[in-house]
Design a protein around this ligand. Sequence first.
Ligand code: KIV
Length: 271
Amino acid sequence: MIPKSNYAKITTHVLQEMKLKGEKIAMLTAYDFSMARILDEAGIDVILVGDSASNVMSGHTTTLPITLDDMIYHARSVMKAVKRALVVVDLPFGTYQGDSKEALKSSIRIMKESGANAVKLEGGKEILESIERILSAGIPVTGHLGLTPQSIHKFGTYVVRATEEKEAQKLVKDAKLLEAAGCFAIILEKIPARLGAKVTRELRIPIIGIGAGSAVDGQVLVLHDMLGITQKFSPRFLRRYHNLSEEIKGSVQSYIVDVKKVDFPNEREQY
Ligand code: KIV
């Protein structure tokens, strides 16, 4: 039995209602038509076209190299498949931090050229002007605080963020600023569960965690990590639901053997 919520179409208002009702929000990443269709049919609430595509689709070691054109390509493919889920698209590094007008331009391109429902930006106070300008154009925005992978060269490491009181206080302050500006949700990445719970309690908008504990309003994972397509990445917060990498290898090896033995195609598989 699939614990799919009753909503025919997920909107930002539905997510707010889910928080009020205490119904958890399930979110996963997708970057292409075929996977997005499977996720949507399975009943996922939110699909994130994350800039993690830089890692899992393009093989970069960070999220920094992916471009706005790349993100629009992935988002457009996802949108062709999705009927029910809300689709949020990451603004890639370098397309919103410097200038709020550029941030708006980048967001408009994503919304116009892909048909997606919302954008996501990493950061708090530092990018508030960009967030406000995007929101003023009627584009829904998701915030992203805690471990923000676009700042990896500043952090120097992917360790848990906001374990120190000063950083935790800044995170709470930033979350409140994002809510006051009008963000409809915030993603909290790799922070102590206690802090995730505090932000979730103190804010009215949905808080979605990735390594932020179980008290938040919903969870997000990178699809390729939870399916076991990626292999070397295993942070504590990651639950693997499959070992797809090994399963695919096994199928490919069976195919190779069948082709070499001329066992494939058989009589029924030819014209
Ligand atoms: O790009 C991404 O996949 C993300 C998630 C890790 C939240 O931002």
